[in-house]
Ligand binder design. Structure first.
Ligand code: PMP
Length: 315
């Protein structure tokens, strides 16, 4: 489906997507010097509302990560949220959407040295299921290692770093896996190509800690919070060995796009009894309920698009 008529925020104004273009010599296009975000919006027909999920948290992460590259976005988190809301409202979306903020080094010239010029765009487009995980996924450890923080920081969501994710995904698909799992240079489990990874062992939730060369996922943190608060589970952040993938009881990915995606097989080895595990199923449901405004305790994760004055409970 073409999005060319969607109204987007580009270079300080709202324009149709077909006009939001850059020069072929743009620094970011040649050297990968952009930092992006991915945010979901959930359309709830019953409430006739579109909930943007953890909007402020995404913009906080975006601004912080852009600073690694000396791109200081002057707009406040609140202003960025307002631009996003306006972009969504101008398109009158009544469907699930994905929001892509992108800040990038914008000079069009040859040469790696940064000159301080950058620009940003915020694009919202209709978006549905990213990966169908209803039957559980078959994941595979690929030969590409996760990039090291001292080379290209995984936590930054920097455009150039996604070459690593593209190589991993391409290898995974050639081996007929649904999704890749990457190890880091220490040989520990890092994450998927576009998602964080959790395992369940002996009733305990385990995920790699933030210094294992992972993106510090917002969904990851939601799942840790939900597991602790709603299921009273212990959630541990520590290194995970490759063979723990083969001996765990349950495994799943988390991410804005994949949401909570159960894994039933890794490297051709069944996880548990090769069915979606009970803790995974429970967390997936809790996450979906929270994201769709069905849990009052988590309303603070949601931003209303069309009727900001109302909380879901008023309606
Ligand atoms: N790891 C990588 C490499 C990703 O690209 C993403 C998607 N942003 C994630 C993890 C999950 O992060 P989040 O839950 O914030 O979307």
């Amino acid at each position: 489906m073409s999005h060319e008529n969607v109204t987007v925020f580009f270079d300080g104004r709202f324009v149709p997507l077909r006009e939001a273009n850059v020069n072929i010599l743009t620094h970011a296009l040649n050297y990968g010097t952009g930092v992006f975000e991915g945010i979901r919006g959930y359309w709830c027909p019953r409430q006739e509302e579109l909930y943007l999920f953890r909007l402020e948290d995404h913009y906080r992460r975006w601004k912080t990560n852009a600073r690694i590259f000396h791109m200081d976005i002057t707009q406040t988190v609140a202003e960025l949220c307002d631009i996003t809301l306006e972009a969504v409202r101008r398109n009158h979306f009544q469907t699930d959407i994905y929001v892509r903020p992108l800040v990038y080094m914008s000079s069009a010239r040859v040469g790696v040295h940064p000159d301080g010029n950058f620009s940003f765009a915020i694009v919202a487009v209709p978006f549905g299921v990213y990966i169908d995980s209803r039957q559980g996924l078959h994941a595979g450890v690929v030969s590409w290692r996760r990039i090291e923080d001292a080379a290209i920081p995984s936590r930054a969501k920097v455009c150039g770093a996604y070459v690593n994710s593209v190589l991993a995904t391409s290898e995974a698909h050639r081996h007929h896996y649904d999704e890749a799992i990457m190890l880091n240079e220490s040989g520990h489990v890092a994450e998927g190509a576009t998602c964080n990874l959790f395992i369940v062992r002996n009733g305990k939730l385990i995920t790699p800690s933030v210094n294992e060369n992972i993106l510090e996922g917002i969904t990851r943190q939601c799942v840790i919070d939900l597991a602790r608060r709603e299921l009273h589970l212990e959630a541990v952040e520590r290194p995970i060995d490759r063979t723990e993938l083969y001996t765990c009881d349950e495994a799943f990915f988390t991410g804005t796009a994949v949401e909570v995606a159960p894994i039933v097989k890794i490297d051709h080895r069944p996880i548990g009894d090769e069915r979606i595990g009970p803790i995974t199923a429970h967390l997936r449901q809790l996450y979906a309920d929270a994201a769709h405004g069905r849990m009052t305790e988590y309303f603070h994760w949601l931003t209303h698009t069309y009727q900001p004055a109302l909380t879901p409970v008023d309606r």
